[in-house]
Write a protein that binds this ligand. Structure first.
Ligand code: COA
Length: 151
C-alpha cells in the first residue's frame, strides 16, 4: 500500500486518531512537544498517524500509531510501520522501541508481526500513571510491554 507521508506541526485535525492510541490527551500533548508527528494519506484521505520521539541518541520511540477506525484491518498499519521505520532511519535512529499494555493483545500481535521483539516490562506503569483502571479483552491493563527493533 503506497501512502503519502508528511510531517505536520499541527495536531488539531488529528486528535480523533491520536486518542485512539493513547486515551490521555495531556500525555499526547506532552510528547508532541518534542516528538515528530507524521500524517499518512491514501488518495487525499488521511488514514493514519504516527509520532516518533528521540529518547537517547540513536534510540527512538514510536510513541503513537493509529489508523482511522474505518481503515483498520486493511494493511494501513503495516504500511505505517514501514513508513515509521524509514522516517526513523532518516532521523539517525538505530533502534526503535514501542510500548503497549499487557492487555493489548491485538497490538502485541500487530507489533510482533511487524518484526518487533519483546524487550522489557515496565511493571505497574498503567496503574501508577492513569487515574482510571483500564480493562481490555477482560484483562486489567497494569504493565507496559516494551518491544524493540534494531533498524
Ligand atoms: N489482532 C491480531 N492481529 C492484528 C490485529 C489485532 N487486533 N491488528 C492487526 N493485526 C495484524 C493483522 O492481522 C496483520 O497481519 P498479517 O501481516 O499477517 O496480515 C498485521 O497485524 C497488520 O495489520 P493491519 O491491517 O496493517 O493493521 P491496522 O491497519 O488495523 O493497524 C493498529 C493496526 C493497531 C495500528 C490499528 O488497529 C489501530 O489504529 N488501533 C487503534 C490505535 C492503537 O491501538 N494503536 C496502538 C497503541 S499501542
Amino acid at each position: 500500500m503506497e501512502l503519502l507521508i508528511n510531517q505536520s506541526s499541527d495536531p488539531e485535525p488529528y486528535w480523533d486518531m491520536l486518542l485512539l492510541a493513547d486515551p490521555s490527551k495531556a500525555a499526547v500533548q506532552q510528547y508532541l512537544e518534542d516528538g515528530k508527528l507524521y500524517v499518512a494519506e491514501w488518495e487525499d484521505t488521511v488514514v493514519g498517524v504516527f509520532v516518533l520521539l528521540q529518547l537517547d541518541g540513536p534510540l527512538w520511540e514510536l510513541k503513537n500509531i493509529a489508523v482511522a477506525e474505518e481503515w483498520q484491518g486493511k494493511g494501513v498499519g503495516k504500511a505505517l510501520i514501514a513508513a515509521a521505520i524509514s522516517s526513523a532511519k532518516e532521523l539517525g535512529a538505530e533502534n526503535l522501541e514501542v510500548g503497549t499494555g499487557n492487555s493489548s493483545t491485538g497490538q502485541l500481535a500487530f507489533y510482533q508481526k511487524a518484526g518487533f521483539r519483546m524487550q522489557r516490562i515496565a511493571k505497574n506503569y498503567f496503574t501508577l500513571n492513569y487515574n482510571e483502571p483500564i480493562f481490555e479483552n477482560g484483562i486489567q491493563c497494569r504493565d507496559m510491554v516494551i518491544l524493540s527493533m534494531a533498524l
